[in-house]
Each structure stands twice: as structure tokens, then as C-alpha cells.
Ligand binder design. Structure first.
Ligand SMILES: NC(=O)c1ccc[n+]([C@@H]2O[C@H](COP(=O)([O-])OP(=O)(O)OC[C@H]3O[C@@H](n4cnc5c(N)ncnc54)[C@H](OP(=O)(O)O)[C@@H]3O)[C@@H](O)[C@H]2O)c1
Ligand code: SF4
Ligand code: SF4
Length: 414
């Protein structure tokens, strides 16, 4: 099917039916900058951890993953102040020792929600330079802007501080990452002329969500480099595909490789010429190797109309199955009452996505600690303020507990 749809330009199928892939990293223009970014960037938000503790990165395999990616041509590493409960930047600083810092552009972000006055900009930047063990951050973003945070950014004249830091060569290029509606995205682009790049959530499920396709095109038309985050919707579309979706994946030729559905989803993003770089938050060496292989074959404008229609069908199917739009980003954690919000919401979705309803219930009741379950929620609301997807977490947790808990009479009534 792939040859018929023209989905893949960069591979050859031999008579033995063996597929040979390109082995070299692809590089793409980066907005107006005189620099080319590797098609794949390394997102350091989902590193392997010890005992599932986000604050305890399993340093050796994590470092190997990052260095392997760099050795194979990745030239952009993305981190942020809060990642891995604020130990992520220090880990990245250590992982980029032994000459790796010089091989990549390094990006991190201002935690604008923690900023109370203009001078906080330099307070955070200095901490970050120290944690990252570097004198210069190549790409500095205002993190997770939405309408409210943008108003704060303007009120506290944060962009002036950013420009001062740029003049002092503490940071290279100024950008923002974004989680809100398109109109807010347009406003942010419009109201500050100094943006050189932006980072948006984009994948075949999110074409009309947040900045979406319109935002991608608008930013690119203004000369900004566009970095895509959550290309696999935080892993949601990398999970085992639901039965309903499988025939479409077959038509797309996904069965050609073990992770065919992931490969296709990433290539769908690269097919957009406006995309400069795709960040994936890989959590194992296998994922790094697979995504590098996909990046090596990536290209723009190779998908046919038929292929795009099949992706549309797949989006509609996922939309009809999914209950909550959680990307598992963990921004809502830690919950002061200990609820494992991303895990519970994932299990809640699993109930609707897959035929085996006992499995999510088993995990909820027997794998998750009692303290992590949804009924521990005291409805304090802290998580909802932090959620970039603006999910009604409290209500979703109640619904999840009603369906997942063994002790609940609603169990089995979905
Ligand atoms: N600025 C912001 O507001 C913001 C927000 C979100 C992300 N980001 C940045 O953008 C980066 C990318 O976003 P993301 O981490 O959400 O990317 P993503 O690629 O959509 O999701 C990453 C997850 O997808 C799964 N995955 C990746 N490659 C896979 C493969 N080959 N096979 C199977 N599963 C695979 C893994 O899930 P499992 O771990 O479940 O296996 C992994 O943790 C982040 O790491 C972070 O640096 C920024
Ligand atoms: S509302 Fe509930 S789940 Fe959210 S942070 Fe508060 S206690 Fe935790
Ligand atoms: S509920 Fe929101 S903040 Fe929490 S993991 Fe899901 S998308 Fe991220």
C-alpha cells in the first residue's frame, strides 16, 4: 500500500521483500535562521526513571539514549525548569558533558507561572545556566503560554528582560511554547515582533486543536521556525492501536515494521514542510533507535491525498473512542494528595479504547497503590490550574473511579 499511496519516498523494497532504509539523519530549515535542525529533536521530559519516580532519573541508560541520538545526528535537546520534578535540567547538563554540549543546540524554558516580577527572569535563568552547566542557552522559550500567562508576560515586561539576556549572550534565540486556543496563538504572534521560533503540540489528532494546522502555517508564514512537541500525543497514539483502527493502519502499510503505527504518525508530522523539528520524549533506547530510523526516512510533501484521508479516518476513530484528552505530560503532578492523575486518566481511556476492560481494572485495583487512586482527590483544584489541556480533572477522576474501582457498584456497567 505504501508504494501506491506514495507515503514513503525514502525507502526501497527489494524482490526479497526486505526493506532497506536510509541511514542518514535528515536536516530541515529552521525559520529564518542560518542553521538546519535535525528532523528529530530530543525531548528530555520522559526519561527512564527508577521505581517510577519522576525525580529519580535512571541516569546511565538515560545518558546513553541522549548520546546515541546525538551520535546519530540529533542536534537539538529540549528541557525545561520543571521536568522530572526539577532535576531534569541538571541531568541534561551532566549528559552533555564529554563534548556533547558542543554538538547540540540546547533549549530550555522560563517557568512563567512561577515568575512574580521582572527580575525573576534572571533569577531563573541563572539557576538554569548553573543546572545545565553552560554559559549560554541557545534557544530560550517562555514556557506553556496561554492567554493568562501572556498577559502576565506583558505586564511584567518579561520580553525586555529576554532581550537583555540575548544582548548579554546568555541566551541565543527567543521563542515560546504554547497551549491554548488558536486566537491566543495569533495574538501572541502579533503582539511581539521578536519571536524567532515557537513550539506547538501537533499530531494527526490535533490538527484543529490549540494552535493546530492554522497556527503552524501562520507561524511559518511569519518566518518563525516551528518545533512540534507531542507528535505522538504524549504516547497516546504510540500505544497498541485499538481494534477499530487496525484496518486503516493496514491500508497505510503499518504492518511493514514492528512499530509501524508510530513510524507513520511521526512521518505524518514531517510531511508538513512548515515543521522544522519534531521533538519526541523517548523513554527507552528502543524508542530512540526506532524514532531515529523514522527520522532518517523523513521527508516533506510525500503523502498522497489518499493517505491524508486515511489519517482523517483514523483521527475520527480515535476521537470517538477516547474519553479524556490527557497527554500524560505530568504537568499536574505531584498531586498534594498523591493521586497519580496521568495514570488514572490513561486507565480511564483504556476502558473505552480496548475490548479488554478487565485489564485497566486490574491495574487500577491491584497495581496502583491505594494512595494513587482517584478517590484520594480532595478537589483542591491545583492540578486543573496546571493542566495545559484544560481538562476537568476532578470530574474525570470521579468518573474514572466509578468505572474502575472494584468497590464501586458501577464497575462493569460501562
Ligand atoms: N513546552 C511544553 O509545554 C511541552 C509540553 C509537552 C512536551 N514538551 C517537550 O516536547 C517533547 C516531546 O513531547 P512528548 O514527550 O509528549 O512526545 P511524544 O513523542 O508525543 O510522546 C512521547 C511518548 O511516546 C511514546 N513513544 C515515543 N517513541 C515511541 C516509539 N518509537 N514506540 C513506542 N512509543 C513511543 C513513549 O511513551 P511511553 O513512555 O508510554 O512508552 C514516550 O514517552 C517533550 O519531551 C518535551 O521536551 C514541551
Ligand atoms: S484536585 Fe484532586 S487530583 Fe487535583 S491536585 Fe487536588 S487533590 Fe490532587
Ligand atoms: S491531566 Fe493534563 S497536566 Fe495532567 S498529565 Fe494529563 S494533560 Fe498533562
Amino acid at each position: 500500500m505504501q508504494e501506491q499511496t506514495g507515503s514513503y519516498r525514502n525507502f526501497e523494497v527489494h524482490s526479497s521483500n526486505k526493506v532497506f532504509y536510509n541511514r542518514d539523519m535528515q536536516y530541515r530549515p529552521f525559520g529564518k535562521l542560518d542553521w538546519q535542525a535535525s528532523a528529530l529533536g530530543f525531548g528530555a521530559m520522559r526519561m527512564p526513571t527508577v521505581d517510577n519516580d519522576p525525580a529519580h532519573i535512571d541516569e546511565e541508560p538515560a545518558r546513553e539514549m541522549m548520546r546515541t541520538a546525538i551520535d546519530q545526528g540529533v542536534n537539538y535537546v529540549d528541557t525545561a525548569f520543571p521536568y522530572h520534578r526539577e532535576v531534569g535540567e541538571s541531568f541534561v547538563g551532566r549528559a552533555l558533558q564529554d563534548g556533547y554540549r558542543q554538538k547540540v543546540k540546547l533549549a530550555t524554558k522560563l517557568p512563567i507561572w512561577k515568575v512574580e516580577q521582572q527580575s525573576d527572569f534572571f533569577r531563573f535563568l541563572n539557576i538554569q545556566l548553573q543546572r545545565l552547566d553552560t554559559e549560554h542557552i541557545d534557544f530560550y522559550l517562555i514556557h506553556a503560554l496561554d492567554a493568562e500567562r501572556w498577559e502576565k508576560t506583558k505586564r511584567l515586561r518579561i520580553m525586555e528582560a529576554a532581550e537583555r539576556a540575548q544582548a548579554e549572550e546568555l541566551i541565543g534565540h527567543i521563542g515560546f511554547s504554547f497551549h491554548d486556543e488558536y486566537s491566543v496563538f495569533e495574538q501572541i504572534l502579533h503582539e511581539y515582533g521578536g519571536w524567532e521560533f515557537c513550539q506547538i503540540q501537533y499530531n494527526f489528532m490535533d490538527t484543529e486543536y490549540q494552535a493546530g494546522r492554522r497556527g503552524l502555517r501562520e507561524a511559518s508564514a511569519r518566518g518563525l521556525a516551528v518545533i512540534v512537541m507531542e507528535p505522538l500525543k504524549g504516547g497516546q497514539i504510540a500505544a497498541e492501536p485499538p481494534q477499530k483502527v487496525k484496518p486503516v493502519l493496514k491500508q497505510l502499510g503499518a504492518e511493514r515494521r514492528t512499530n509501524g503505527h508510530v513510524d507513520l504518525a511521526l512521518k505524518w508530522v514531517w510531511d508538513h514542510p512548515e515543521v522544522s523539528l519534531v521533538l519526541s520524549g523517548m523513554s527507552s533506547m528502543e524508542q530512540v533507535q526506532q524514532n531515529l530510523a523514522s527520522a532518517n526516512e523523513s521527508a516533506a510533501l510525500t503523502f498522497s491525498t489518499e493517505t491524508h484521508i486515511l489519517f482523517e479516518q483514523m483521527r475520527e476513530m480515535y476521537d470517538s473512542l477516547r474519553k479524556v484528552n490527557c497527554t500524560g505530560c505530568g504537568y499536574c503532578t505531584p498531586c498534594p494528595s498523591g493521586v497519580n492523575i496521568p495514570r488514572v486518566l490513561r486507565l480511564y481511556n483504556d476502558l473505552y479504547m480496548y475490548d479488554d476492560q478487565q485489564q485497566p481494572r486490574r491495574v487500577y485495583n491491584y497495581v496502583l497503590d491505594a494512595e494513587e487512586r482517584a478517590d484520594q482527590c480532595t478537589e483542591c483544584g491545583v492540578c486543573e490550574e496546571a493542566c495545559p489541556q484544560h481538562i476537568s480533572i476532578i470530574e474525570s477522576l470521579k468518573a474514572a473511579h466509578a468505572l474502575l474501582s472494584d468497590t464501586n457498584p458501577a464497575e462493569g456497567s460501562r
